[in-house]
Write a protein that binds this ligand. Structure first.
Ligand code: SP5
Ligand code: ZN
Length: 342
């Protein structure tokens, strides 16, 4: 299978994140994509190609203009205010605060369009964010050209980004933008299978009221795990989208048997949906030694995940999301892809 990759991801390098009261080095760092790329080459997975450059239009199909503008201008405004370092939000709107108007101040807009303090914007982040979207969209065009599968080696990741909010190391939702593009170009139904350790809250929010995208996510239970406020079992979609959102919240310590059972059920439900295309939000932070996660998958289980997805027998776009046990991320991500190839 072809792999889409751009070195522009280096342009996003967060100085750190606020985690449990401490400012710590960013877990989401450039080395991640480089280790996946190195493993892709080592295993001779397929040809590595550069992304096409797309206009902003496919992004506007998913994201609010105010969010897109903020991601482009935030760091410049930050510096104009006399500040150094990367731009972070300081407050968030909550019950009783004004949500009916977009603030004009930089800090107000950072608050309005984000949901956590772990997601830094630097002077060059936007170029990496845009390039990551191009990597995903180019993967989608490979499927449209007749490829059975493609791997979009996106960085920064995307699945926590909603229509009008960023967070969780994600700014724009690469998988959602690719799915929307596939629909706009003629697909009738797209299934998104999110195997990242964290709930894909952004993807769920974007498609929650729709029946043309079936979203299935396996993740750490939000009673225990980030993002804490979404990803419960009773979130099944709304309106026309009712029945087209499926969450499998799994508890800390989940091992392969529990994971496999949930994945099998999710895959069965995707097969029944009969999608034209499957988009996989491929996070490998379910690995037993991941530094911020609490599942117990081993290298070989990632190969099994790939084989189970292959059984759907659908054109499949793999979009890279999380995974932080840096030395192992390449092995685990590429194991999914070799498992899929069979
Ligand atoms: C794309 C993606 O995987 N984003 C993940 C964002 C997670 N952000 C903070 C997680 C904090 C909770 N877990 C820390 C446990 C440390 N032992
Ligand atoms: Zn994750």
């Amino acid at each position: 299978m072809k792999i889409v990759y751009s070195a522009d991801h280096f342009l996003h390098h967060a100085p750190g994140e606020l985690l449990f009261g401490e400012f710590v080095p960013a877990f989401e760092k450039p080395e991640r994509a480089e280790l996946v790329l190195a493993r892709v080459r080592e295993m001779e997975l397929g040809e590595v190609i550069a992304p096409q450059i797309f206009p902003l239009e496919p992004i506007t199909r998913v994201h609010a203009p105010g969010l897109m503008e903020l991601l482009q201008s935030a760091h410049k405004e930050w510096v104009e205010l006399g500040r150094s370092g990367a731009a972070y939000p300081y407050t968030w709107p909550t019950r009783g605060m004004r949500m009916d108007r977009v603030p004009t101040s930089l800090d107000g807009r950072l608050a309005f369009y984000s949901f956590d303090c772990g997601t830094a914007l630097t002077a060059t982040s936007w170029q990496a964010i845009k390039s990551s979207v191009d990597v995903a969209l180019t993967g989608a065009t490979l499927l449209q050209g007749g490829e059975r599968a493609a791997f979009s080696l996106c960085r920064p990741p995307g699945h926590h980004a909603g229509a009008d909010h960023y967070g969780g190391y994600c700014f724009l939702n690469n998988a959602a933008i690719a799915a929307q593009k596939l629909l706009d170009d003629g697909a009738k139904r797209v299934a998104i299978l999110d195997v990242d350790y964290h709930h894909g809250n952004g993807t769920q929010q974007i498609f929650y009221n729709r029946d043309d995208v079936f979203f299935v996510s396996l993740h750490g239970h939000p009673d225990q795990e980030y993002p804490y406020l979404l990803g419960f079992e009773d979130e099944k979609g709304a309106g026309k989208g009712e029945g087209y959102n499926l969450n499998f919240p799994l508890h800390w310590g989940t091992e392969w048997p529990g994971y496999e059972a949930a994945l099998q059920e999710g895959i069965k439900r995707i097969a029944a949906y009969a999608p034209d295309v499957v988009v996989v939000s491929l996070g490998v932070d379910t690995y037993k030694d991941d530094p911020i996660s609490h599942f117990k998958l081993e290298h070989e289980h990632f190969t099994r995940i790939g084989a189970m997805i292959k059984a759907l027998n659908k054109p499949t776009l793999f979009v890279m999301e999380g995974g932080y046990a840096v030395a192992e991320i390449g092995i685990n991500a590429v194991n999914v892809l070799t498992g899929f190839k069979g």
